[in-house]
Design a protein around this ligand. Structure first.
Ligand code: EPS
Length: 377
């Protein structure tokens, strides 16, 4: 499987071409739109999220409600385009609003130097996290296919600023109600207060989110070569999400302070090979172990600050405050949604690479047979 997305944050559309999806998969557009809605929601997002409605349109690769096996063409309209059309229409434009002061922490400065622009717009229009709609769309299609294999996933936020979920009692029933996607009423309240505080300070906040994937067959990915390791592929995909600065599996960075005797997952046999723990987060040797996949990703506070950091005007080389753009205060709840769909895309990609999967039926049968084989081993 592979996909490519194209489009600008304030352009007319984000377009995605997704290749390698088996044929005969019924596509539920409502589910994709619901996933996109969850991505937009989350306490701490900016005014733009009230403008966008994100209804996908599929114009290729689906006939009679099911995939044909051909590449899917998926279009997501940017409602905000109408407010930017005078300079965002690719040909019929009046160049105005030239922004020559890059924001520290954003792709602005390096992008301008590398691609020889005198304006940050051609950089930030593409570097923008608006592009993450594409990751949610392809991941939601993956989720629909994975449901036939009983593979399920959830994601949630474990930290926003200094508010850590670990300090509170968990309440999983509360997760769907939490406006910051934290499974704790108390932690949610504290996180919202902190976001409000950051907003009054004209500042931003980062955090950590966790993805868990259940019932993934043992042996996806491989140990044989550097580029066949599935944990590495997932890490690459997650790190490519805007503002992501680190990824860990299972006990992750905590392993540094643990003894080997406490770090690994002892094996026993009881109706198949079992593990006493899951420190590895579902991966050994770049392959899935069959245990739940546990991944955390850390997101830096977003770099567009209402109280700007100092920068340089590339026209005059003078020291000036960086450009102020309407933006979000905290995107970690959205990031947790994006991370879940990013991981699901990679899991499906590994499955269709490993098993016969021209059709949905073939994939289901191949995975069923393989699971039987593993159970008998
Ligand atoms: C973004 C800046 C904001 C965010 C945007 C990502 O947009 P704007 O500059 O239009 O206010 O709201 O996120 C989205 C549009 C989205 O759909 O997630 C940025 O600079 O990355």
């Amino acid at each position: 499987m592979r996909y490519v997305s194209s489009g600008h944050s304030h352009g007319k559309y984000i377009t995605v071409i997704l290749e390698g999806i088996p044929s005969n998969v019924p596509i539920d557009l409502l589910k994709i739109n619901e996933a996109l809605e969850l991505r937009r929601s989350g306490y701490g997002r900016g005014p733009r999220m009230k403008i966008e409605t994100d209804q996908v349109e599929i114009t290729g690769g689906v006939l009679y409600g099911k995939t044909t096996g051909a590449p899917l063409t998926i279009i997501i309209k940017n409602n905000d385009y109408v407010n930017h059309e005078s300079y965002m229409d690719p040909f019929n434009y009046t160049k105005q609003d030239v922004i020559t002061v890059p924001r520290p922490g954003h792709a602005d400065l390096v992008g301008m130097i590398k691609y020889q622009f005198d304006d940050t717009r051609p950089v930030f229009e593409r570097a923008s996290a608006r592009e993450t709609v594409s990751r949610v769309v392809v991941g939601s299609i993956a989720e629909q296919i994975l449901s036939y294999l009983n593979i399920t996933a959830k994601s949630f936020v474990t930290q926003i600023g200094n508010v850590k979920l670990a300090d509170y009692k968990l309440d999983w029933d509360y997760l769907s109600e939490s406006c910051v996607l934290m499974p704790s009423r108390e932690a949610t309240k504290k996180a919202c207060e902190l976001i409000d505080y950051a907003k009054t300070k004209q500042d931003t906040l980062g955090g950590i989110c966790q993805v868990e994937v259940m019932n993934v067959p043992l042996g996806l990915g491989s140990f044989v070569s550097h580029d066949t390791k599935l944990d590495a592929k997932i890490a690459q995909s997650l790190l490519s999400i805007q503002a992501c600065k680190g990824v860990e599996f299972g006990d992750g960075f905590k392993l540094a302070e643990m003894f080997g005797s406490a770090s690994h997952d002892e094996i026993y046999y009881d109706n198949g090979y079992q593990r006493k723990s899951n420190h590895a987060g579902g991966f050994e040797g770049g392959m899935t172990t069959g245990e739940p996949i546990i991944i955390r990703a850390v997101f830096k506070p977003i770099p567009t600050l209402m109280k700007p950091l100092m920068s340089v005007d590339i026209k005059t080389k003078e020291s000036v405050p960086s450009h102020i753009e309407r933006s979000d205060v905290c995107v970690v709840p959205s990031a947790s949604v994006i991370c879940k769909y990013t991981v699901l895309y990679e899991i499906l990609n590994a499955l269709v690479t490993q098993f016969t999967s021209d059709t949905l039926e073939q994939l289901i049968k191949a995975v069923e047979e393989y699971r039987d084989y593993v159970a008998r081993f």
